[in-house]
Design a binder for this molecule. Structure first.
Ligand code: HEM
Ligand SMILES: *[C@@H]1O[C@H](CO)[C@@H](O)[C@H](O)[C@H]1NC(C)=O
Length: 323
């Protein structure tokens, strides 16, 4: 018998247990983390997310994206929620988030509601994870059990946000490598990109594509040009739906669009442009169930990125600032 770990049955001591836990950083995340300390967390969050989406259907997309932009920047640690202070510049004004990331007021409402039922117990990082799941479910997508137990960062990094969130100018190789860096596969990348079946993008992020790219359906190009002027600086914030068909329904239309050269972002169409991910796009386009199960698995994997656990970080009282 060969033990590769420093722990054998005979020496299962406390220090040895600690070693095992440190070895896998998400060892402490579990779906029942708050079952004793905040049994009502799920119903409380869900009703807040439901009313936010009732107010504005797009909010489900915005909340889902917050979780992605949190997890890709030094792990799922609530860092994206921190406001800038006089001593550090946070992530909200990093290029991928400025004039773009939204839903912070909704997160504040969710946090207040949860603080009322269990003060000081549930992290902002975990609230983003639950909120992302609830948003997808409310808009008609798949469900999954959310792993919990993340703690909140006491710092945020604008540079890390600029460097780790893939830009829409990325080609397929770039996209794969951004995901690889955080331990996600190219299959995860294609499945999680299905998030672009909901939500909106700004003209500045698709202008070059609609005026200059040839792998775009010409009638869609024309339609999008009508609300996105060619000249940089004019109409930069004008919006268009990422999924031209059902922008508030979480379905597999994103992939069906790609099959017809109707991806809005340059990066979207990269997933179906004669490369290694074409066949997976075809699969997701024809099999909603395969997409659903890969998407749910991808979200769980994304939620496992470098969480703070144990005595690292803190449970923020206000998601916008450290305690
Ligand atoms: C694969 C690389 C990805 C790139 C290059 C990318 C890029 C973008 C861009 C440029 C926008 C529009 C932002 C704006 O114009 O203000 C956007 C929107 C969005 N992204 Fe992504 N994204 C990627 C992956 C993801 C993933 C993995 C998720 C979620 C798991 C996600 C969820 C969303 C959602 C829901 C929206 C719409 C947000 C809203 O309407 O407020 N994206 N993305
Ligand atoms: C289209 O490409 C040309 C040539 O590279 C460039 O000068 C122009 O700025 C591009 N137009 C847009 C809208 O990106």
């Amino acid at each position: 018998m060969a033990f590769s770990s420093p722990c054998s049955v005979a020496v299962l001591t406390l220090s040895c247990l600690l070693l095992l836990l440190v070895g896998s950083s998400n060892a402490q995340l579990s779906t029942d983390f708050y079952s004793k300390t905040c049994p009502n967390v799920f119903t409380t969050v869900k009703s807040q997310v439901q009313s936010a989406i009732n107010n504005e259907a797009r909010m489900g997309a915005s909340l889902l994206r917050l979780f992605f932009h949190d997890c890709f920047v030094n792990g799922c640690d609530g860092s994206i929620l921190l406001d800038d202070t006089s001593t550090f510049t946070g992530e909200k004004n990093a290029a991928p988030n400025r004039n773009s990331a939204r839903g912070f007021d909704v997160v504040d409402n969710i946090k207040s509601a949860v603080e009322k039922v269990c003060p000081g117990v549930v992290s902002c990082a975990d609230l983003l994870a639950i909120t992302a799941r609830d948003s997808v479910v409310i808009l008609g997508g798949p469900s999954w059990n959310v792993k919990l137990g993340r703690r909140d960062a006491r710092t945020a990094s604008q540079a890390a946000a600029n460097n780790n969130i893939p830009p829409p100018t990325s080609n397929l190789n770039n996209l794969v490598s951004f995901f690889q860096r955080v331990g996600l596969s190219s299959r995860d990348m294609v499945a999680l990109s299905g998030s672009h079946t909901i939500g909106q993008a700004r003209c500045t992020n698709f202008r070059a594509r609609i005026y200059n790219e040839t792998n775009l359906d010409s009638s869609l190009a024309q339609t999008r040009q009508s609300n996105c002027p060619r000249t940089a600086g004019s109409g930069d914030n004008n919006l268009a739906p990422l999924d031209l068909q059902t922008p508030t329904a979480f379905d597999n239309n994103y992939y069906k669009n790609l099959l017809q050269n109707k991806g809005l972002l340059h990066s979207d169409q990269q997933l179906f442009n004669g490369g290694s991910t074409d066949s997976l796009v075809r699969t997701y386009g024809s099999s909603p169930n395969t997409f659903s199960s890969d998407f749910a698995a991808g979200m769980i994997k994304m939620g496992d990125i470098k969480p703070l656990t144990g005595s690292n970080g803190e449970i923020r009282k206000n998601c916008r600032k450290i305690n």
